[in-house]
Design a protein around this ligand. Structure first.
Ligand SMILES: [Zn+2]
Length: 415
């Protein structure tokens, strides 16, 4: 009720502050405010706003922490609880106090043990079970929408030993350590997904799959052809195309760093390099195309005029039918050839212009990443279209050679 009152918009700020101070005094004295006691507890029969251990449900909390301390994560624990038909806290509240009747009334027993991972996770992190009361974990971001946000831990208001613990501090801390470690591993796994969607097998064109080799003392990650992985060696559809994650990462990072450096030194030089211009042969070819186009257009204008003249001569009877037919055929053929030539030259020149615009676009993109220290999904997807992994070749001296082709966006393969 107190919280509900605090959220009311009409509550003057000053009053709010006073209530808060009064609340803090209550908290400090070990009081808790709660609608329902957390799983494993009941409202204390004698002490106001305090908890007492519930002998009927305490075992569920103990079971959850026991599973966790023996290495099970929240997902696995959730599965086990559901399989063992352990009732959920909400179901217990419904049975005892009739709460959430709209959800549970007349529902099968299955609903009674429908645990969620979030539920298990929040129990594993709840300091209530070591006898602490933690207040102010959340704050109301807005009085209007009552959307709650979590406050940073240092702003929590923690009072120790406000009630009897169910879980020992040792076990609790061990579980917190495991949760942190699992989160770290998850983050690492997420990091390796930066290449998602970019890697392709050079031989079959399938995507590459991510895997981790845990049989070694230090686990390492790798990619191999999905086609090969799914159908196996015996399917004979493709070969492994195995590449280690760290090898690939180092190579791609080095290439991106190289191009970023080139762009930093001189955008103009890089542009010329990308267009392979400055190359006099290519420059001359482009000039030749432009003048050829001008000549073709001029000739076509002349041919049009000649044909018009020919037509007039024929209609006024100045030339014979036979000559007209022969000459008009000749002009028409020439005109057709000129039209085709003009179209081709125009397309070539436009492509050249487009290539230049694309190269400029890519340079603009890579300029956003000056001397990148690491690869991110964003960087890779901004700059790179695909990375093609070839099968490694083992040299007679035992070294392993593997071609990795990077196709950049707009400019393609440029190294
Ligand atoms: Zn393949």
């Amino acid at each position: 009720m107190l919280y509900a009152r605090l959220t009311n918009e009409w509550l003057a700020k000053d009053t709010g502050r006073k209530v808060k101070i009064a609340l803090h005094a209550k908290f400090a004295a070990g009081e808790r405010t709660f609608a329902y006691a957390p799983l494993g507890y009941i409202r204390h029969p004698e002490i106001k706003n305090s908890l007492a251990v519930d002998d009927e449900t305490k075992w569920i909390v103990e079971r959850i922490f026991d599973l966790a301390v023996h290495g099970a994560g929240a997902a696995k624990i959730t599965k086990i609880l559901t399989a063992e038909k352990v009732p959920t806290p909400d179901w217990l509240n419904f049975k005892r106090y009739g709460t959430f009747a709209h959800i549970y009334e007349g529902k099968s027993e299955e609903k009674a043990c429908a645990w969620t991972i979030a539920q298990v996770r929040s129990i594993l992190k709840d300091e209530t079970y070591i006898g602490n009361s933690v207040h102010g974990k959340q704050t109301n971001i807005s009085y209007k929408n009552k959307k709650r946000i979590r406050k940073p831990q240092e702003e929590w208001f923690r009072v120790e030993n406000t009630h009897e613990a169910i879980i020992s501090r040792d076990v609790f801390e061990q579980v917190q350590g495991q949760i942190a470690e699992r989160r770290r591993q998850m983050k690492n796994a997420a990091d390796t997904q930066i290449f998602a969607g970019l890697l392709k097998c050079a031989d079959c064109g399938w995507s590459m799959s991510f895997g981790t080799n845990k049989s070694n003392k230090t686990a390492f990650s790798y990619f191999n052809c999905t086609n090969y992985r799914q159908l196996g060696k015996n399917g004979g559809r493709c070969t492994a195309h195995y590449v280690r994650y760290d090898t690939l990462y180092a190579y791609v990072l080095a290439r991106v760093q190289y191009w970023s450096k080139q762009a930093e030194i001189s955008e103009e030089k890089l542009l010329r390099k990308l267009l392979k211009s400055g190359n006099s042969e290519r420059d001359n070819a482009a000039k030749k195309q432009a003048s050829e186009l001008a000549r073709a257009e001029k000739r076509k204008a002349e041919a049009d005029k000649l044909f018009t003249k020919l037509y007039e001569d024929w209609s006024s009877g100045r030339i014979a039918e036979f000559n007209f037919t022969m000459l008009s055929k000749k002009y028409q053929t020439e005109q057709q050839e000129l039209i085709e030539k003009i179209d081709r030259l125009k397309a070539d020149l436009a492509a050249e212009k487009q290539t230049k615009a694309d190269a400029e676009k890519w340079i603009m993109l890579i300029r956003q990443y000056t001397d990148p220290a690491e690869l991110t999904a964003e960087l890779l997807n901004t700059l790179i279209d695909k990375i093609v992994i070839h099968e490694a070749v083992k040299e007679p001296d035992g070294t392993r050679n593997q071609e990795i082709e990077i196709f950049y966006r707009f400019v393609g393969k440029i190294d």
